[in-house]
Design a protein around this ligand. Sequence first.
Ligand SMILES: C[S@@+](CC[C@H](N)C(=O)[O-])C[C@H]1O[C@@H](n2cnc3c(N)ncnc32)[C@H](O)[C@@H]1O
Length: 402
Amino acid sequence: MEFSSCITRDHNTLDPNVYLIKQWQTWSGGLHRVLCMQGGDDDFSYAKNSEAPASAIALCKPLLLNSIQSVKLFFHAKKEAVDSIRIADLGCATGHNTLVTIDMIVQSLRQKYVTMCGFEPEFEVFFSDLPSNDFNSLFQSLSSRQFSDQQQQYYAAGVPGSFYNRLFAKGKLHIAVSLSALHWLSKIPETVLDKRSPAWNKGRVWIEGSKIEVVEAFAKQAEKDLDDFLRCRKEEIVQGGMLFILMGGRPGLQPPQNQLEDPDSRAKHPFTITMDQAWQDLLNEGLIDEETRDGFNIPAYMRGIEEVERAIKRCGGFEIKMIEYKRIMEEKREEWIKDPVSYGRAKANLVRATLRPIVQAHLGPHLSDQLFNRFQLRVSSDFTLLHKTCFYGVIVVCAIRI
Ligand SMILES: C[S@@+](CC[C@H](N)C(=O)[O-])C[C@H]1O[C@@H](n2cnc3c(N)ncnc32)[C@H](O)[C@@H]1O
C-alpha cells in the first residue's frame, strides 16, 4: 500500500512536517486495504509484540484440543484417504501464534487418525489475512521451520482477502479457526465520522465512554460483519467440519457501552483514555486539527456472548458445541513496576504493532510516530497505571457445521 499517495501537505501550518489528512481519500478504497498488523520482525512488529494474543491462545488451548477431539473423522479407512484435511487460519497475521496454533491442530488430528484409523492423512493449511498482511514474513518463518523438520507437516498456502467475504470454494474446509481477529470490523460506521449525525464520535477515537448513539452504530456494524462472516463460512465448511473462534469480547452481563468491563482494564487498554490523550496532545501542540482527530476511529468492537449466539442461530447450519467468556490477565506487572520506562516502551510497541498501519494511513509516517511517542511518554509517566491490575476478555466458540 502506497500511503504517501493518499496524503497531502498542509502549506498553511507553521510546522513543515504537518500533514493534512484527507480521511475519505485515504480509506476510500476500503479499510481492508490498510488494516493489518505491523509486518517485519523489528521492535515495532506484530511478530515481536503479540504476547497478549499468545496468552489468549495458551489459555484456550484445552478448549481447542477438546473441540478437535469431538470432531468426527472425515475419512475412516486408508483406502478412502485420497483427500487431504484442509485447515484455514482466518486473520493469521505474522509471527508465531498462527504457526503454534496450526501445529497444535495438525498434531492433534494426526494423533487421532493414527490411533483410530492406523494411518496419517495429509494436511493442507491455508494462512489467510487481508492483502496488506506481511505474508512474506510469515512464509519466511514457515519455510525456515519446515526446512529443519524431518517430515513435511503440512502443505501451506496463503489466501489474501477479507474473512467478511467468501475465500474458499463450497465445502472446501474441514477446520476453520480465527484467533483474536473477529473484533476487527470491516469498516468504521459512517455515522460516527459524520459531523451531522447524532452518532458523531467527537473527541474520541474509540467507543469506550462514548455516547449511546456511537455504541449503537458500532454494534450494528459488528452485527452485520458477524452475519457476513458466518454466512461465508457456512458455505465453505464441509458438513461435520469445525469453526473455532476466539475474539475480543465482553462477559454476558456487560452492555455494549461497557466494552472493557472494570475501570482498571479500561484505564490501561491501549484503545482508550491514554490513546485519546495522545491524540489531544497532537491537537494541543498544533500538529493536527480537530477534523483530523475526529476523522479517525479504531474499527474494533467487543461483542457479548449473546450477540455471538444470536448471530450463529440467525445464520443456521451450525451447532454450538461450546461458547465461553474468558479473562486474559496482563502479565509481567511486577517487572514493569520496577521499570516504568520499559513499560511505556512495551505498551507503545504493542500499540504500534497493532494500529500503526491504519494510523499511518490517516496521519502519514511522521505524525503517526509523534502520536505513538506521546502515547509512550504518557504511559511511562503515569505511575497509577502501573499499579492497576488489568485483564481483557475473549469469547471462545466451537461450532460444528451441520
Ligand atoms: C490481532 S491479529 C491476530 C493474529 C493471529 N491470529 C494471532 O492470534 O496472533 C488480527 C489479525 O486479523 C486480521 N484481520 C482483521 N480484519 C480482517 C478481515 N476482515 N479479514 C481477514 N483478516 C482480518 C488483521 O489483519 C490481523 O492480522
